[in-house]
Design a protein around this ligand. Sequence first.
Ligand code: GTP
Ligand code: SPV
Ligand code: MN
Length: 596
Amino acid sequence: MATLTKNPNVNKWVDEMIALCKPDKVVWIDGSKDQLDGLRAEAVSTGEMIKLNEEKLPGCLYHRTLPNDVARVEDRTFICSRKKEDAGPTNNWCDPKEMYAKLTPMYDGVMKGRTMYIIPYSMGPIGSPLAKVGVEVTDSIYVVLNMAIMTRMGADAFKNLGDTSDDFVRGLHSKADVDPEKRYIVQFPEDNTIWSINSAYGGNVLLGKKCFALRIASYQGKNEGWMAEHMLILGIEKPNGEIKYVTAAFPSACGKTNLAMLIPPEGYTKRGYKVWTVGDDIAWLKPGPDGRLYAINPENGFFGVAPGTNAHSNYNALASTRKNTIFTNVAINNDDMTVWWEKLDNNPPVNATEWKGEKVNGPEYVAAGNKLAHPNSRFTAPAENCPCISPEFNNPQGVPISAIIFGGRRAKTAPLVYQSFNWQHGTFVGSIMASETTAAATGAVGVVRRDPMAMLPFCGYHMGDYWAHWLEMGKILGDKAPKIFNVNWFRTDENGDFIWPGYGDNMRVLDWIIDRCEGTVDAVETPIGYEPKPEDINVEGLDGITTETIADLLSVDKDLWKEEAKGIGEFYQKFGDKLPKEMAKELSDLEARLSK
Ligand code: GTP
Ligand code: SPV
Ligand code: MN
């Protein structure tokens, strides 16, 4: 099949990949409806995908991955910079020559008997000065159909690249035998190259997402003066019609999709507040012509966590999944070919197929303590389906950011919300983030670990250099820099239950954050930062949450924080002389304030 571009750099690289993988057939993905319909039909005919109820879930497909292939694999993810110190202490590293030598034989002939799909795509709106082009070759129709939702995919992406540029990210993916022992997710930042093999799941194989838009892009951003971050982007429309945009970085499965699509409590909607979603997972940020920081969402869809999503917790996410969506590893209701997952409602289907493919009686299966859907089961939904998608979603210039919010799952230490003293202190606040691990990556769940800026698994270079880049960006932005905050929706009581209601009620915290950005509300200075006066968090209409509860949620336990500071000191030691001196100073200042 003829190439879709005259660009010799693309064609040469594609020829090399064909020569390496030796597919029986090569298909260039032009993005046309006919072509995608054909691929959907093919995937359904081979059983790779299952067609869902056309009346209830029009255009929706189901896919099940192997039980050993259900999440990102951090221990098999590598940053192969030429120098080890450029990958830093938080990444797995291997010499690129060695890694190419190890993987090349694994790709040699891997697509014999298979078709190679060549996927051109744009991360960011086509034509945006912030957008970047990628090409992914893959032997998986599932990848093609997901990329069709998650990116601006097809021939148009090449328009953005032009006929001569070499500035595209080369992504090679083969599911191979889906052998977990031979699974590798490898970034070569200096080569604009990603090689992924032996997985067929989400973040491991949709190479535009974590591999490109975070790992490679964070490295590009450092060199080119911008930032690639694991952040949602949302707009808060106020009663006067003005919209303020904020970004928020929370670790995987810690609430980005939920916050990005929140529906404010009734007291707010009645007054005319509304939230608009620009992005739910990744933000690319760059100073604009007016000196403010602007953000685009490089993605075109949502790869969201299914369990926990329901009409009450996240109405807009659920609505986004009602057509043209791919469901991965949820349960099927065989009576009507619809989907189910934990907490969708209280009625697991009787005639169910659980996520591994076994037919079970849903209520009995759940009562026995099993899960019908995998905890990291996901939906891939087009952004245009989202009822609250921002009118600025496709704005090539992005949206101006007023506040950056960090947060994670902390049962005790972190208060509901606090504001950093300034950008440098805010960078420190991001760097000391810690959170309980979730099902989004393989490994133990619920263990507290440091996850700076929610980028631990996604920073494509030395984390010390990354913090230095943050500090540098702060200097460039000066007094136009967004204000930096930290939130925690996950403090628990003595029974281990969450105290804060979360979800839509998080609007009450955003409200204070916006007021702080506008300078219309006072704050209390604490050793860790500025906190609200408890009475400045609106609790109107909340059941069982009073200003006293807020005071409790805002309490800072100095002894716990002294322990925390010790832990931060130990963590910082890993970075050696790459730790910016500003960060060491912020830590000693914190310690001094705690001892006062
Ligand atoms: P990734 O897509 O993995 O990057 O995750 P994410 O940050 O977008 O996470 P998501 O919004 O999908 O939330 C994951 C889990 O956190 C779900 O089980 C939610 O129900 C839960 N969650 C989200 N927001 C809140 C909240 O405000 N309070 C509580 N208690 N749980 C929440
Ligand atoms: C995450 O794990 O942060 C995700 C899902 O957003 S994945 O695309 O699999 O990385
Ligand atoms: Mn994510």
